[in-house]
Design a binder for this molecule. Structure first.
Ligand code: SF4
Length: 307
């Protein structure tokens, strides 16, 4: 495997949703990369022999040049072209067909819940749930991969098992359950959306159990340290081999995430302490460090010992 398997192009911050848990704030919405800059990044990714190119934002599908950019990536040899999206633009069958014909073949679509009321309240756009679900159905009908991202928050965590079941009913077999970072909108809206890991984990566990029962292709978590979900430690501690290129930055995701985490005094007693970079600083800022309980046991020396 090359050191960078996935190059994620953050094309800018403009978005047609305004999700309450978004890690960007509204003040950044007008920072968007130029077409030529993104093409330059695609060429760099091709040079690095990355296997997958991803377009993310903000919302990449609202860019006027998105078809041109996807075609450019396809022309430069990328066989997996991933679009991370809220899925609303894909509700237009003509647009879905166009972006797929251009070469996009993997869609990572965020769904907030199994019900419009919760989804739309979180996206702050009435009608967005029905567009997102229509987008998923359109892409599935064109036989392309759909993976669903679910951002865990106070409004949806108790419904995670129902949400996973609802999405399985739509033919989804790949899930990423993400614990949010409390920066940007998410920090601003923390009273309304923040739920501690201690409270959320039983529901996350149940959602993962359902995914196992159905023998799905993928059900992973992001931002949940092993002390909260030790049975998933290898999932959380493995290298992501991802480079993110955005407006005025280019960074390896592992390094970025490491910098955003902190080791707590209790981490010294934890069996994962040699491998775990700690817990996110923004989590400690919102919830304190009390619910971070070290996992007892013999220290694990290498990732190989987790498999
Ligand atoms: S090292 Fe700290 S943050 Fe990591 S799993 Fe152990 S207690 Fe949790």
């Amino acid at each position: 495997m090359p050191e960078t398997a996935l190059v994620e192009l953050l094309v800018g911050f403009a978005c047609n949703n305004n999700c309450k848990y978004c890690s960007f704030g509204t003040e950044t919405r007008n920072r968007n990369r130029k077409t030529c800059e993104i093409k330059q990044s695609i060429l760099e990714a091709a040079k690095k022999k990355a296997e997958i190119i991803g377009f993310t934002g903000g919302e990449p599908t609202i860019r006027r040049d998105i078809i041109e950019l996807v075609e450019f990536a396809e022309k430069h040899g990328f066989r997996t072209i991933r679009i991370q999206t809220n899925g609303r633009m894909l509700s237009n069958k003509g647009f879905a067909r166009k972006i797929i014909s251009a070469g996009a073949n993997y869609f990572k679509i965020t769904v907030n819940a199994h019900k419009a009321k919760i989804h739309d309240m979180l996206s702050q756009v009435p009608g967005s749930f029905s567009q997102t679900i229509k987008g998923i159905k359109n892409v599935k009908s064109m036989n392309r991969i759909v993976e669903v991202n679910i951002l865990v928050n106070k409004q949806n965590y108790k419904f995670l098992p129902q949400t996973v079941k609802f999405l399985i009913g739509l033919g989804i077999s790949q899930f990423t359950i993400i614990y949010p970072t409390y920066i940007g909108n998410a920090f601003k809206n923390k009273e309304e959306i923040a739920v501690s890991l201690g409270e959320a984990v039983p529901f996350i566990r149940e959602a993962l159990r359902i995914a196992e029962d159905y023998n799905l292709d993928k059900a992973v978590t992001v931002n949940i340290p092993p002390c909260f979900l030790p049975e998933r430690a290898s999932n959380e501690l493995n290298s992501l081999k991802t480079k993110v290129i955005g407006p005025e930055f280019s960074v390896h995701l592992d390094e970025k995430m490491k910098k955003e985490k902190v080791k707590l005094p209790q981490c010294k007693k934890c069996k994962f302490s040699n491998l775990c970079p700690g817990i996110r600083r923004d989590y400690v800022k919102v919830f304190g460090a009390k619910d971070v309980k070290p996992v007892p046991g013999k220290k694990i020396a290498s990732l190989k010992d987790l498999h």
